[in-house]
Design a protein. Structure first.
Length: 166
């Protein structure tokens, strides 16, 4: 039971960081805004908890932000695809840099392409794929680098082993 409580607590903390952090750390990226905290959390969750739990965390961050009017529906494909690939790449290679690559590729490339039909279906807008690339890439790359820095720092201080919950 102790391990399950620890897992749920870690997931809740990462969700809270993702929701609150997006309100404090953002910057303009073209005509949209970049929210790198979501992507940093994705990398951290992917390494510490694996691809499925990282995807659940990304979904919950998107859900809470949308319920409170703090985000758009694009938070779902952007966050979830990046988290899933970050976890998958890390799981397959066991290399921290591949978690960051998975996040940047998953969100910056795949999710920006997926956002086109998603935006049309759920948001009623007919924007092209090139509209989403700059902001998705900027946000995911900057966030993945922040997440990688934090994970590397945790690893160097031996904190990563004590939090590894996979």
């Amino acid at each position: 039971m102790h391990q399950r409580t620890r897992l749920i607590t870690m997931m809740a903390i990462l969700i809270a960081i993702g929701v609150l952090g997006s309100q404090f750390l953002w910057f303009p990226a073209g005509i949209a805004k970049a929210y790198p905290v979501q992507h940093a959390v994705n990398v951290i969750a992917a390494v510490m908890l694996g691809p499925i739990r990282a995807t659940i965390i990304a979904f919950m961050i998107g859900l809470i932000r949308n319920v409170f009017g703090l985000g758009t529906l694009l938070a779902f494909p952007g966050g979830m695809i990046g988290a899933l690939l970050a976890g998958y790449f890390y799981q397959k290679t066991n290399k921290l840099t591949w978690a960051a690559v998975g996040e940047a590729f998953g969100t910056g490339i795949i999710a920006s392409l997926f956002a086109v039909p998603f935006a049309k279906l759920f948001m009623g807008t007919t924007l092209g794929a090139l509209f989403f690339f700059p902001s998705f890439l900027t946000s995911s790359i900057s966030g993945a680098l922040i997440g990688l820095f934090i994970i590397l720092r945790m690893k160097s201080t031996q904190q990563l082993k004590s939090f590894h919950l996979k």
